[in-house]
Design a protein around this ligand. Structure first.
Ligand code: CA
Ligand code: CA
Length: 537
């Protein structure tokens, strides 16, 4: 009798069984305007909202409702989530729950790092965001752990070690919950590491599988990794993949080869500079496509892989699109990895003469051929785009009605010179002399562009002397939101690129804005706090 009473009482007082977001909530995120349950504002990573209360005519009335200090002097590169009226915001050493309408902090969980954790992990001590699932939040830590927090209280539920931070590994990526598991990537491609993707049990924190992105000796593709090079070949996974629940495939970008000096490796170096399509339950690679075989230039293939449907040759195709660091805009059939388009989205590329659509391989320029065959170079060769890429990591948005991707792009090169370097534990290991960047003569180092995925051409572009490193958000209100390094949060007309509104936030913006509605009113949230790779140089 007593037992029964207890059970009824508990169900009434603690509706834990309904704790969201559910798998259905995650799948529908792009359509449900009352919340933001996923990184990318949808599993497809479009960062596009159907909301239009804030639109081309009303945006001039947009004013701040509240602001809250995150009490963190590191780069703010995170995307918040908004669930049931609560914003969840991560910094490198804290996670906070904040009332979305008032800015009141509900709880804060802080992380303590050991004194020997490097003060600046490449490139900046930051965090890109949390994932949420069934009452729990998941996030990575700079000392390469994954933790789960109770969404209601902020209490830590489990903490699991992914790798040894003293070997140069760290986690900045926002986790992805796909098919019931928590997937995380890893950072540290410049520290002689071996990249991987992990899957964790959301209940217990137990590792379910690990998929290394560099084959061990004897495994498929290992022939491109002589000697011990496979142990230190990079291939990090530091940006969140997209997930297609219907195909049950996760698309995750794999980063640079390590060291950058490509003569230490041979052949293509799978899966450096690739997209891998994996089964979330097992980590099995179903297909892959390699953007930058043998990558010498830090053209991490990690940039966001947005899912959409495009009409190509009279047929609708399920595709992923990516503005790759290497300067080409890719369209790939996401059912099988077939390359459908690869065109430059920036003006100056000299590492390749194009992408061979028959083989899917880049046509290396003579400059690149020299770099790939000269272990120690006498003098530097100027390569465009630079190691920062034609577009750095800050994610673009995609408006499928307009058929346009809105991206912050870069117009910079860099002098490249291979040198000999021995591996030292937890020391920057790139095997080339990094001395900075080459800039365009007209001073236009970056653009905000509206790009046609199939041609790479821009419908409009805004030239910038100081390039943007913020993410982009687009809406059915006909607006494109992004932020400047000089602190302005801005809204542009998505059809013309005309700037319609801006607000000075007081520090540079390198984060990902979101929009949501509550009680019939649309809001936009952005975090502000300068930092990141451009601010370092
Ligand atoms: Ca939603
Ligand atoms: Ca890199």
């Amino acid at each position: 009798m007593k037992k029964l009473t207890m059970a009824v009482c508990m169900a009434a007082a603690f509706p834990v069984w309904a704790a969201g977001p559910s798998e259905a909530d995650l799948k529908q995120d792009a359509k449900t305007t009352g919340d933001v349950t996923t990184y990318g504002m949808g599993y497809d990573l479009k960062r596009h909202s159907p909301l239009k209360q804030i639109n081309k005519s009303t945006v001039k009335n947009l004013v701040p409702v509240w602001n809250l200090s995150l009490a963190n002097n590191q780069p703010q590169s995170q995307q918040p989530l908004m669930i049931d009226g609560v914003l969840y915001i991560a910094t490198h050493d804290s996670t906070a729950a904040v009332d979305a309408l008032t800015g009141r902090q509900l709880w804060k969980h802080t992380l303590e790092y050991a004194a020997d954790l490097p003060a600046v992990i490449c490139c900046g001590s930051h965090n890109r965001g949390v994932a949420a699932f069934e009452g729990k939040l998941f996030r990575g830590t700079l000392d390469a752990h994954v933790i789960a927090l109770d969404m209601k209280t902020g209490k830590q539920l489990w903490r699991s070690k992914a790798q040894e931070y003293k070997d140069g590994y760290s986690i900045t990526v926002a986790p992805l919950v796909a098919n019931g598991l928590v997937l995380t990537g890893i950072s540290g491609g410049e520290y002689g590491t071996r990249g991987f993707i992990d899957a964790w049990d959301p209940q217990t924190g137990k590792q379910v599988w690990r998929r290394y992105n560099i084959p061990a000796p004897g495994e498929k593709g290992s022939e491109g990794w002589p000697g011990e090079s496979w142990k230190r070949g990079g291939a990090p996974t530091w940006l969140t993949g997209s997930y297609d629940p219907e195909l049950d495939l996760v698309y995750w970008g794999v980063g640079n080869g390590g060291p950058w000096n490509p003569t230490t490796r041979t052949g293509d170096n799978l899966y450096v500079g690739s997209v891998i399509a994996i089964r979330p339950k097992t980590g099995e690679i179903v297909w892959h496509y390699q953007f930058s075989p043998n990558d010498p230039f830090d053209y991490d293939g990690t940039n966001e892989l947005i899912q959409t449907e495009l009409k190509i040759g009279g047929k609708m195709r399920k595709v992923i699109i990516q503005a790759n660091r290497n300067g080409y805009f890719y369209v790939i059939d996401r059912t099988n990895g077939e390359l459908l388009a690869a065109n430059p989205f920036i003006d100056k590329i000299n590492w390749a003469n194009g992408i061979d659509m028959k083989t899917g391989r880049p046509i290396d320029s003579d400059l690149t051929k020299t770099i790939k065959t000269t272990p120690v170079m006498d003098k530097a060769i100027e390569i465009w785009p630079s190691a920062l890429g034609g577009k750095n990591w800050s994610p673009m948005a995609y408006d499928s009605k307009l058929g346009l991707a809105f991206a912050n792009t870069l117009n910079m090169g860099f002098p490249y010179k291979n040198v000999k370097q021995e591996y030292t534990r937890n020391v920057f290991y790139i095997g080339m002399e990094f001395v900075g960047f080459a800039y365009p003569q007209d001073g236009k180092r970056g653009f905000l562009k509206a790009i046609d995925p199939l041609t790479g051409k821009s419908k409009w572009q805004v030239a910038l002397e100081i390039p943007n490193f913020a993410g982009v958000l687009s809406t059915d209100g006909g607006l494109v939101f992004t932020g400047a390094m000089t602190g302005e949060f801005q809204a542009y007309d998505s059809s013309t690129g005309k700037k319609l509104w801006q607000f000075q936030t007081g520090s540079g913006i390198v984060s990902m804005p979101i929009t949501w509605e509550r009680n019939g009113k649309q809001y936009v949230t952005v975090t502000s706090g300068i930092g990141g790779v451009y601010a370092l140089y």
